[in-house]
Design a protein around this ligand. Sequence first.
Ligand code: NI
Ligand code: MN
Length: 226
Amino acid sequence: MQITYYGHSCVEVKTGGKKLLFDPFITQNPLAKSVDVSSLNPDFILLSHGHGDHVQDAIQIGQSSGASFISCFEMVSWVEGKGLKGHPMNIGGKWNFDFGTVKLVQAVHSSKLPDGQYGGPEAGFVIWNEEDCFYFAGDTALTMDMQLIPMICPPLQVALLPVGDNFTMGYEDAVVAADFIQCDTVVGIHYDTFGYIKIDKEAARQAFESVGKELILLEIGQTITI
Ligand code: NI
Ligand code: MN
């Protein structure tokens, strides 16, 4: 799979022949000025929850790309209300799409859309096909439920975990999460964008290294293949 980082928690993952864009928050992100939103052309947009720093550019990109949305029922109802299409799901469920299987897993957070509408529960995504398997955790605390993931999903090649603390788990808890999900390669998300979530990147990398795991902190615009 190919992972491109667009800042904050926004990543595009190319897998199963499709482009999946997660949690688009670009135009309002001062660190992501170099990203041209109009150049993004995903096949699917996946939203973990309704907070502005995860959905700010979702409608615009949905309109320009014609992408289909995948999220919790309440979130998909919101995009459908704006004339866009989507596949509604909820936590614990999985569905086979043409690019692979998507399973919604527990995340502990809150979810209110920018217009005040209820966004349903926050969810993480585990996605797999014949080549790839990865976990996008969204905004979440460290949870005991993460231990279920290796019991019910194929082995993870990589996990995208929040590491910024304050609104989500910090990198110390993300080390424990990586252990719970039995994954040695983590891409950090939800850090440095604003003051509350600025981290010491070297200390964060070191915390993973000390337990034999790797924390990858991508530059905005950078693409890696896993
Ligand atoms: Ni949030
Ligand atoms: Mn957030």
